[in-house]
Write a protein that binds this ligand. Structure first.
Ligand SMILES: Cc1cc2nc3c(=O)[nH]c(=O)nc-3n(C[C@H](O)[C@H](O)[C@H](O)COP(=O)(O)OP(=O)(O)OC[C@H]3O[C@@H](n4cnc5c(N)ncnc54)[C@H](O)[C@@H]3O)c2cc1C
Length: 497
């Protein structure tokens, strides 16, 4: 077949693009979709999926048992926001039966699991190939010779890092978070030079809308603090906000906080870039490899058990996002993190019209326009029950569509294309857990980033690697697991969504 032949007409993906993805190790259907864009357009793979699978089959990239369809994303056919906004609000609590979500290949190892042997011993095992684990791996590998092994149970992008909204902001309300976010956003601007892949950083600003006096006081406090740390944040009137986004219904809020230097990124290339970069520096990143046990004896970690055998290590980092408590339990450690589903949706692509990411404080609605033109947005649900639930709900679509069309009426006729969900990784004080586990030396924690881990990861990964090399850093004391037992909870994190 001609390598210029189009496989996915919606997203203009050619045979060569598919072959390129396979050559990069992204032959499984979920990675192929993300790496090429295939199946992310209006037809959601209905016209291209079988063609793509045939190419994978011909290249022997995917064994027959792994030739499964994409995970179908509601609403299945492009549907106008106004159609959802007009629905009666469905109750919370409905979940797909767990059996519907079981892997198609059964209970054994993933059919795409590499057949090679894992090393018997390494210096550091990082469990979890999300943004945290990979940012850490790349930074550690840059320190010089040491054996670093990242173990990811699925494809890269399987966890929250592959499911998030890509919002990056320095508008935080504590000096430390401002500092971490500033460093991360600076690094995002250099990501392509450092790691050779475009992450589509678009600095369109962040516009936080306040609908009551309490929230106005919070944004005023935040803006003052941010100014002291060198940010150009200003509290502006609804009229001024309306000049930035003329389509907003400015009667719905009374003030806004505006930092034109915040922005949005395209999350997936971060994971591919960090993984490739870490590999180039000598680290091993193994996908479709699940950690099934953590060996602890004499008060220290000794290694991990996996579905590909045992690996000895003096240091094991748990960077499993919302799954961190499950993995920590393998070492007999109880983490206080609680997962909550967070839903998100993408529209059909539109001509560029929306500069900033807009967030309505109070309702938790947020939305921005991606570089592909889609309106990508989400909204937390105060009635969400805790759990590792990544299903999609009609309730979310109804709440989101109502909130969005009230604030931005012009989008009522815009069609929604794809809805998905990930898990926020909540700790009791909504702040991360970093550093050594009390009572188990060598077992390190790196989780609890709620809904903002992506934008913190470049700085957190660098600082964690420097601290592991012996550097002093206050954040590993401040955010240590011990604070929960000592009752030293952090009171200050400002969450959206
Ligand atoms: C819908 C949504 C929107 C969000 N929006 C934003 C945003 O706009 N900006 C922002 O900064 N943040 C956002 N976040 C939060 C952000 O995505 C997370 O904080 C961040 O991705 C966490 O990264 P992580 O590496 O800790 O976890 P993850 O990305 O979840 O990675 C953990 C990995 O561990 C793996 N794993 C689990 N168990 C095992 C095991 N036993 N063996 C091996 N591997 C295992 C999982 O498969 C997973 O890939 C959002 C999150 C969601 C869900």
């Amino acid at each position: 077949m001609n390598d210029k032949a189009i496989v996915c007409a919606c997203e203009d993906v050619s045979v060569r693009d598919v072959e390129d993805a396979i050559a990069h190790g992204f032959g499984d259907i979920e990675s192929l979709k993300r790496y090429t864009g295939l199946g992310t357009g209006p037809c959601q793979g209905k016209s291209c999926e079988s063609g793509a699978m045939r190419i994978c089959e011909a290249r022997k990239a995917v064994p027959p048992e792994a030739q499964v369809p994409f995970r179908a994303r509601p609403p299945f056919v492009p549907t106008q926001l106004s159609a959802f906004a007009g629905l009666e609000l469905p109750a919370t609590g409905y979940r797909l039966p767990a059996t519907r979500l079981r892997p198609t290949w059964g209970t054994g190892p993933h059919p795409l699991q590499p057949k090679t042997r894992l090393p018997e011993k390494v210096d550091v095992v990082i469990v979890g190939g999300g943004i945290m684990g990979l940012a850490l791996a790349w930074n550690l590998a840059g320190q010089g010779p040491q054996k670093i092994l990242v173990l990811e149970r699925g494809y890269l992008c399987e966890g929250a890092s592959g499911r998030n909204g890509g919002g990056v902001r320095a508008q935080w309300t504590t000096p430390l978070l401002i500092e971490l976010a500033k460093e991360s956003i600076d690094f995002m601007g250099r990501f392509a030079q450092e790691l050779g892949i475009n992450v589509w950083l678009r600095k369109g600003g962040y516009l936080f809308l306040a609908h009551d006096d309490d929230t106005v006081r919070r944004i005023e406090y935040g803006a003052e603090l941010q100014k002291r740390y060198g940010l150009p944040t200003r509290v502006i009137t609804p009229g001024e906000a309306g000049e930035i986004v003329p389509e907003l219904d400015v009667s719905r809020f009374i003030a806004a906080s505006w930092n034109p230097e915040d922005g949005v990124v395209f999350p997936w290339p971060f994971l591919w870039g960090y993984a490739d970069g870490a590999r180039k520096r000598g680290a091993q990143v193994e996908t479709f490899t699940r950690v099934t046990g953590i060996d602890v004896s004499g008060g220290r970690v000794r290694g991990v058990q996996t579905d590909r055998g045992r690996v000895a290590a003096d240091r094991v980092v748990i960077a499993c996002g919302a799954w961190s408590p499950t993995v920590a339990r393998l070492a007999g450690v109880a983490l206080p993190n609680v997962p909550y589903r967070h839903e998100i949706v993408s529209s059909e692509p539109l001509k560029p019209f929306l500069g900033p990411l807009v967030s309505m404080l109070g309702t938790g609605l947020y939305f921005s326009q991606s570089m592909r033109g889609e309106i990508v947005g989400g909204m937390g649900d105060p009635d969400e029950e805790p759990g590792l639930n990544q299903t999609s709900s009609l309730r979310f679509m109804t709440r989101y569509a109502r909130a969005l069309t009230e604030l931005l009426p012009v989008v009522g006729k815009v069609k929604l294309l794809r809805q998905w969900a990930g898990c926020y990784d909540f700790t009791p004080d909504r702040s991360p857990i970093l550093g050594e586990t009390p009572g188990v030396s060598g077992l390190l924690q790196m989780s609890g980033f709620v809904g903002h881990g992506f934008m913190m990861a470049p700085a957190v990964g660098r600082r964690m690697a420097a601290w592991m090399a012996g550097g002093q850093d206050e954040i590993f004391e401040k955010y240590g697991l011990r604070r929960f037992a000592d009752g030293r909870l952090i009171q200050e994190t400002f969450i959206i969504g």
